[in-house]
Design a protein around this ligand. Structure first.
Ligand code: CA
Length: 325
């Protein structure tokens, strides 16, 4: 798979090192000069094509390809520093198959003759589609040839390889650590668990609305004015509880159930108070209670005042913890 090879090369830089290995310092300096010219022409060719100056783009790309082919040959010591392959020579080598290792298309020969014509308007007089085809062919060829010369030293390539591999290692480590942390993070164990209530006001949702995972502008559960209002979430097995988040109803009346007690139990009969809330909270600014790993199966919210008309209506209760062993 081509993309896999490209990724492998990006990290390992084997081909880059091989190219740099066979290059003298003088040749590298020369290739670097040519490389800057190639980059500039390729960039300007893209801009010219964007502006629909296709003929200009073709000429620039053809020049860049000449320079790139020269850079490859200089890097390999097959062309003297300071020389550039002339167009006639480039066409001859393309035709004779001497540049076969660059994997260039044979269509380039025909195109090179057009570009190398003595008539500078030759490219301008091509059909628009022909010019676009020429841009595509030259761009693909240039991309291929640019991979065949190297302007970096071996030392620089090795440092780059080390940096890239280290970065990859750190990324994998971070992902692994993140995955472990995520796996160890307590989840909302109240979600979908059964809820009982001191009473259910007629026409209101069943108490299960308290653990359905939804915090709405209404309420999840609502008791009658029974004077002893409570909701109990049954976690089914004892849990080490890290924290509890209580979202109030979303439609106001936030002071009605205060003070509100949060109580824990292992057997559903005997409850211990874990926290008491006097101040108002809302559905958007919920009551957050840290429990530090206290063990319980039942989590109860109870209106803690003597009032024959008291009732309880809440939006959602979240309990974060892990089953205790
Ligand atoms: Ca809810």
């Amino acid at each position: 798979m081509a993309w896999l090879s490209a990724v492998r090369e990006w990290f390992l830089l084997r081909e880059a090192e091989r190219l740099a290995e066979g290059c003298t310092d003088d040749a590298r300096a020369e290739v670097r000069v040519l490389g800057a010219g190639i980059d500039a022409r390729a960039k300007m060719a893209r801009e010219a094509a964007d502006e629909h100056f296709d003929a200009v783009s073709v000429v620039l790309l053809a020049q860049a390809l000449e320079l790139a082919t020269s850079a490859v040959l200089i890097g390999k010591g097959e062309l003297a520093c300071g020389s550039v392959l002339g167009r006639a020579e480039l066409i001859r080598r393309l035709e004779s198959g001497e540049l076969a290792e660059l994997g260039l298309s044979e269509s380039l020969v025909e195109l090179a003759e057009i570009v190398a014509s003595d008539d500078p308007s030759r490219v301008d007089r091509l059909e628009p589609q022909r010019r676009r085809d020429a841009i595509a062919l030259l761009s693909a060829s240039l991309k291929r040839v640019r991979k065949r010369y190297e302007v970096r030293t071996r030392r620089r390539i090795r440092v780059l390889r080390w940096l890239r591999l280290s970065g990859l290692g750190l990324l994998l480590l971070a992902m692994l650590t993140g995955g472990v942390v995520w796996a160890l993070m307590p989840s909302n164990v109240a979600r979908g668990k059964p809820v009982t209530a001191s009473s259910v006001r007629a026409g209101t949702p069943s108490p299960g609305g308290l653990t359905d995972g939804e915090v709405t502008d209404g309420y999840g559960a609502h008791t009658e004015n029974d004077g002893k209002a409570w909701f109990t979430v049954d976690l089914l097995v004892p849990h080490r509880i890290d924290r509890v988040i209580v979202h109030h109803r979303g439609d106001g009346y936030h002071s009605d159930p205060l003070p509100l007690a949060l109580e824990l139990s292992l057997d559903g009969q005997t409850f211990q108070r874990a926290a008491l809330r006097d101040g108002t909270f809302t559905h958007k600014k919920p009551w957050r209670v840290k429990l530090g790993g206290q063990t319980a199966r039942y989590v109860r919210l109870r209106v803690d005042r003597k009032d024959p008309n008291s009732y309880l209506a809440l939006g959602e209760v979240e309990v974060y913890g892990k089953p205790s062993r």
